[in-house]
Structures are given as C-alpha cells and as structure tokens.
Design a protein around this ligand. Structure first.
Ligand SMILES: Nc1ncnc2c1ncn2[C@@H]1O[C@H](COP(=O)(O)OP(=O)(O)OP(=O)(O)O)[C@@H](O)[C@H]1O
Ligand SMILES: [Mg+2]
Length: 252
C-alpha cells in the first residue's frame, strides 16, 4: 500500500490551511495512520505547529528546488506526537519559480510513500510553481475557506489551477473538497456563502466545517496540535469529523 497524498491549499492567505494540515495530520495519526506532514510553505508554520523546525544545514523539502537530486528521507523528523513525521520547510528559501519543475515534488515523494498511509502537504497562500508542484503530487486537495462574500471568488480562482493540473499534469488528482472554517451559521452572510459554494461546486464537495475556537491559536503558539493541548475543545471534535470524512473518501 502506498500513501494517499492530500494537499491543503488556497491562494488566499489566512484561511486556516496550516491549522488544517496540522490538526488533520494529528487526527489521522491518533487513529493509527502513519502520516508525513510536508511543509511546503517557507513560513515554516506547519512544522512549528508540531514543534519541529529544520536543524541548520539539514535537508528540507525546499532543497529539491535548488537543483540537487535530494533524498528527502534524510530531512524527515519524527514529531513528539503519535504516528506523525514532519518534513520541514527552509524558512530562508526564496527560490526562483522557474527552477521548480512541476513534477519534482511528486517524483521525490514517490519513494517515501510506502512508509506512510497519508502524506499531507501544507502550501503557501500563492498561486506559484510550488502550488502547482503540490497539486501535481496530490490525490486530493482540501481548500479551507472562510464563509464571506469573496469566498466564492477565491475558491473559483483556486479551482482553475486545480482543474488545469488535473488535466495537464496529474491524472491521479481525483478530488477537491471545500472546508468551511470559522463557521457560525447564525450569520446570514455565512449561510449565503455556503449556499453559493454548494451551488457552484456541488454539495458533495463540502466538508463538515470547523467552528471558531481560540484553542486552535493557543495550541499553535505552544507548538502542539490542539488535541494534545486541550483535548476537550470543540475544534478537536470538528477535526475528528474531518478525519472521518478523509478516511472515508480518500484513505479508504
Ligand atoms: N477555527 C478557528 N478558530 C479560531 N482561530 C482560527 C481557526 N482556524 C484558524 N485560526 C487562526 O487563524 C489564523 C490563520 O490560520 P492559519 O495560519 O492556519 O492560516 P493559513 O491559511 O495557513 O495562513 P497563511 O496563508 O499565512 O499560510 C491563525 O492565527 C489560526 O490560529
Ligand atoms: Mg499557512
């Protein structure tokens, strides 16, 4: 069995991509799945969410794009939490996009996949060559989005990149799911945005959402997934539902 690769992406900033990548990885790990979290965003936040950063001089995922045929296995760090390993980012990387070959990441992850059930890739809030390489390596993409008037626009723009990569580069990129975050359906604007997303992309693409929960930010500040910080938080419950859905749809 080879790992299923899930990218967490949206070209918009601050939509809980990293929060989702970290807490979904932790939930999958707690269910006994072996997880590799790949931190493709040079902000390095996904690694920090597990209390992991690259040691000076160590291999990072970004070394791939410096033109060496890097063995990424050397850069993998075990986290302190069940079943989750992390491939950290190089926070100093400011690579020139042209040097990123779209299939480099997919090829480099290939030999690692036998050791894991899931590879989760956190991506930066951009529509650049690194995003294309994440989509080119993925089987499924989760698009976390806030429910406001521009949600439809942002997800629509992202969807164009998704369909282009699925058509041109990666026949295995089978699914795109939308994850509503900071959900409070007492707000008319949020209910409207949800309906617009369902109408445009199909209700079956909508994942169970994540409610607002300050524990997520506090846990991140302590370098831990929320389930290992405040296990009775409502966000822990919400990420369990997301994990269930991913086990059903992608990791079955
Ligand atoms: N459900 C939530 N409730 C409350 N705060 C949240 C929730 N989800 C995320 N946050 C907070 O929102 C902020 C942005 O989240 P996060 O860093 O995950 O977004 P991002 O999409 O990865 O951002 P970037 O585009 O910069 O990579 C963080 O401070 C995070 O703790
Ligand atoms: Mg992020």
């Amino acid at each position: 069995m080879s790992a299923r690769v899930i990218a967490v992406s949206n070209r918009k900033g601050g939509t809980a991509k990293t929060t989702t990548a970290v807490n979904l990885s932790a939930a999958l790990g707690a269910r006994g799945r072996r997880v590799l979290l790949v931190d493709l965003d040079t902000q390095g936040h996904a690694g920090l969410g597990f209390g992991v950063r690259a040691a000076p001089g160590a291999v990072t995922v970004h070394d791939l794009f410096r033109g060496g045929g890097q063995d990424l296995a050397e850069g993998i760090r075990t986290s302190a939490y069940a079943q989750v390993d992390v491939l950290p980012a190089d926070r100093t990387f400011a690579g020139v996009a042209e040097r990123v070959e779209p299939l480099d990441l997919a090829r480099a992850l290939d030999p690692l996949q036998a050791a894991y059930d899931a590879v989760v890739i956190d991506t930066a809030p951009t529509a650049d060559a690194l995003l294309v390489s994440a989509l080119a390596a993925a089987h499924h993409v989760i698009v976390p989005t806030l429910l406001h008037h521009l949600a439809l626009d942002g997800v629509g723009q992202f969807a164009r990149s998704f369909f282009r990569v699925a058509a041109d580069l990666n026949p295995h990129l089978a699914g795109m799911s939308l994850l509503p975050v900071q959900v409070d359906l007492r707000m008319t604007m949020q209910r409207e945005a949800l309906e617009q997303l369902a109408a445009r992309f199909g209700r079956q693409r909508l994942l169970p959402g994540i409610r607002p929960d300050i524990a997520l930010a506090e846990a991140f500040g302590c370098g831990r997934p929320v389930r290992y910080f405040k296990s009775r938080s409502r966000s822990v419950e919400d990420f369990e539902f997301l994990c269930d859905r991913m086990l059903e749809v992608v990791l079955n």
